[in-house]
Design a protein around this ligand. Sequence first.
Ligand code: PEP
Length: 260
Amino acid sequence: MTRKKFLAGNWKMQKTRAEASEFFQLFTKILGDLKNVTRVVDVAFGVPATLFDACSTNTAGSGVKILAQNVHFEKQGAFTGELSTGMLADAGLAGSIIGHSERRQYFAENDEAVGKKWNALALRGLLPVVCVGETKAEREQGKTNDVVTKQFEASFAHVSVEARANEFIVAYEPVWAIGTGLTATPEQAEDVHKMIRGLIDKHFGKERAESTRVLYGGSMNALNCAELLQKPNIDGGLIGGASLKPEDFSKMVQAALVAK
Ligand code: PEP
């Protein structure tokens, strides 16, 4: 089965509204009508909440998906500083990145919280982009598959039967490759992606395993993305640094457009 490639930028804590508008002006100038692009490749941006409106306005009608970078699993209440899935839906968002390694590292996000967020997003009809990945030490100790399996299964345990029926995306992001300029080789990434597809098969069945997109993230850029995207189990990317400049990110979209 051919899965539609999915390229998502992760802007982290970067850009003002004016900078976001400038980005989309140039991005559109380079790629032309974005509707033609998103018919073939899914394009998404995980952006700070201050940019939800500007990004939605700048991409209206194009099929480009705007994502949050985090969400709370409760519907509402006294959770200062948090946003609910209902708020994301109200802002016109398509979904949220969850479990990013920076949130795990700096904000103590654990697998249980990731699972509850996955559950809340799916029940609200929003797309969870679930990040998993090992540290350098874990890879060196040969624990990559165990770590990724535990992250996936310990999160999945908090996803209700009803929520499991809805689409999700997995982003394999080796921590040692994020923002470091070190990229997993296409073979290293493909091995883990294949293992993740096996996990999806085990818990969701063959059909879902075949249709679920598994993205690679970690210093993916305009030079290395074509090779990564050629691998049979790499269905796209979650891209930090290289998604900030329209000249770079549009090249990656062009590579995804021609990747088989
Ligand atoms: C990320 O933050 O998800 C990421 C992959 O960052 P970078 O592309 O900069 O390594």
